[in-house]
Ligand binder design. Structure first.
Ligand code: HEC
Length: 130
């Protein structure tokens, strides 16, 4: 009885060792390749949509500013032909007031440089300049 038990458990150990060896050599080939990229992509995408919705709009506004407003207000918003805009957000109570200036103009400030939708983005962004 005892001898056969020892042989049986000995064989079992060998079987397990071989089994593990086979399992280990299978896993690196299959699982990481199939699972890791999928996990990374969905994680990254979720982070992007969640975190930077406003950042995206502000970046867009900044690009519009660079394209259409720097001639008079300066690359760094310090002004030129037009006034400095670095603290324009504290001069107005709401983004709507700024939007109206962008749409309709005001003295030397030409209106209609941008569409209404663009004016909304620009004024939201300019309101953050305080
Ligand atoms: C042709 C030159 C010119 C261009 C181009 C221009 N502006 Fe102006 N802007 C002015 C002038 C001049 C004023 C001052 C108007 C006044 O006397 O009240 C002004 C005023 C403003 C004001 C009000 C500032 C304050 O302190 O009251 C804002 C906001 C503004 N501009 C934003 C913009 C944006 C955004 C753009 C780009 C879409 C732009 N401007 C393009 C000349 C310009």
């Amino acid at each position: 009885m005892k001898k056969s038990m020892m042989i049986a458990s000995f064989l079992l150990v060998i079987a397990l060792a071989v089994g593990c060896g086979v399992a280990k050599s299978d896993n690196p080939g299959n699982k990481p390749a199939a699972q890791a990229p999928a996990g990374n992509t969905s994680g990254g995408a979720a982070g992007k949509t969640g975190g930077s919705a406003t950042d995206g709009v502000h970046a867009e506004a900044q690009k519009m500013y660079q394209a259409k407003c720097t001639a008079c207000h300066g690359q760094d918003m310090k002004g030129g032909a037009g006034p400095a805009l670095m603290q324009v957000g504290s001069r107005y109570k709401s983004a709507d007031e700024i939007k109206t200036i962008l749409m309709k103009g005001k003295d030397g400030m030409p209106g209609g440089l941008v569409s209404e939708e663009e004016a909304k983005k620009l004024s939201d962004w300019l309101m953050t300049m305080k």
